[in-house]
Design a protein around this ligand. Structure first.
Ligand code: CA
Length: 391
């Protein structure tokens, strides 16, 4: 009976169901630029706080945003074959697991999943992950549809030792690869090779990345500027054509195509070529072979200065003074699809969908005093936005 009441309350107040793991964690990028706010992209954000089975049908909650497999029919990198059977959402995490495939050939199964929608700069993407204690790559990354532009968010190799090559991997176990790639039409691969592209774990964070969960974020500011954030701190900036795409693989346009977020693990070809792959013995310890993704969040940057342009004025379709009063009045002839109000940190505080034709007012009294962004989308897809002050 008590459970039923709790469920009823949850259903009555969907607000509680929107709680996310990253609540209270500010977006670290552009923290000092008051002209920018961040708007969460729901389709590319997930706390993974639900349960799914392994296999090709993980249910509606997962399937709404994500799809099993790679962005094309590619079966897997190096010694790895991806299968939906080796991933699931459980215990608050998306889990990708490696298991042995062919013991004689030292091949393995692993898993990949990708977003159903693409994203383009300016955008901040951050994920909280626990790296495996294994030689294989743990990766959360982005790739353009034509596979010519790649931005890596997480790329790490967690194990300190490789049985297959009988060699220390201590160097990798203590570093996070913060990189991107550009590919030419003929397949030439460029990525930065400066020492800063492998970020050494700070002493205060322990000895190995695999020891705990860490937040890794990328701010894709523009085609020639990337910033990397670990646990909320800026740790690397790459800026300018000379480091983004010195060989002009992208014809001088930089990282300018929409990209798809991908989660994957693999014994990569360059590792296999060096005799490094997980042995049957290493794969037999399940807990060492699960890449855990606690959450991922994606924010589009929202430029307050752009509200000066007439077409972005929300007051064109709504009637209000600034500071706003108790109500905002709708004065637009066309159907309004939705109205969203964000606080100055970019968090959604009010959302009104499916506004009836005869509804002419929006109640504002329930907002606390402060500065907000109001964003209106009409049925034709036109967007209007404006800064508002609630006294
Ligand atoms: Ca979670």
């Amino acid at each position: 009976m008590k459970l039923k009441n709790t469920l009823q309350i949850l259903l009555l107040f969907p607000f509680f169901m929107n709680a996310q793991d990253w609540d209270g964690l500010p977006v670290p990028a552009e923290a000092n630029n008051s002209n920018y706010v961040w708007e969460l992209v729901d389709e590319l954000s997930d706390s993974f706080n639900y349960e799914t089975p392994s296999g090709s049908n993980k249910g509606a909650t997962f399937n709404t945003n994500w799809e099993d497999g790679y962005i094309n029919p590619w079966p897997g990198f190096g010694n790895t074959t991806w299968t939906p059977n080796n991933s699931r959402v459980t215990n608050g995490n998306l889990e990708l697991k490696a298991t042995s495939k062919n013991t004689a050939q030292n091949t393995n199964y692993f898993s990949a999943a990708h977003a159903r929608t693409t994203i383009i700069y300016p955008v901040y993407i951050e994920t909280n992950v626990k790296i495996m204690n294994a030689v294989m790559a743990n990766a959360v990354w982005m790739l353009s549809t034509n596979s010519k532009e790649e931005i890596d968010i997480v790329e790490a190799y967690g194990s300190s030792f490789s049985e297959s090559s009988n060699s220390s991997k201590e160097w990798f176990a203590r570093r996070m690869h913060l990189s991107h790639h550009t590919f030419s039409s003929s397949g030439a691969d460029y990525q930065p090779t400066d020492p800063g592209s492998y970020y050494l774990i700070p002493e205060e964070d322990g000895k190995y990345w695999r020891a705990g969960f860490h937040r890794v974020g990328v701010y894709w500011r523009d085609p020639f500027h990337l910033e990397y954030y670990i646990d909320g701190e800026l740790v690397r900036t790459v800026s300018g054509a000379s480091i983004i795409d010195p060989n002009e693989h992208l014809n001088g346009n930089g990282l300018s195509s929409p990209e798809t977020i991908i989660f994957s693990g693999a014994a990569q070809q360059w590792q296999v070529n060096n005799g490094v792959y997980p042995t049957v013995n290493e794969l037999s310890v399940e807990s060492n072979n699960i890449f855990q993704i606690d959450w991922i969040r994606t924010y589009k940057r929202f430029d307050l200065l752009s509200t000066n342009t007439p077409k972005s004025k929300a007051s064109k379709v709504l009637q209000f003074s600034n500071p706003v009063g108790r109500y905002i009045t709708i004065k637009y002839d066309a159907q309004i699809k939705n109205i969203k109000i964000f606080n100055i940190n970019g968090s959604l505080v009010k959302r009104i969908d499916s506004i009836p034709q005869n509804q002419r007012t929006i109640f504002m009294d329930d907002l606390r005093s402060g500065i907000y962004i109001i964003k209106v989308v009409d049925q034709k897809g036109m967007q209007y936005q404006e800064k508002i002050i609630k006294p």
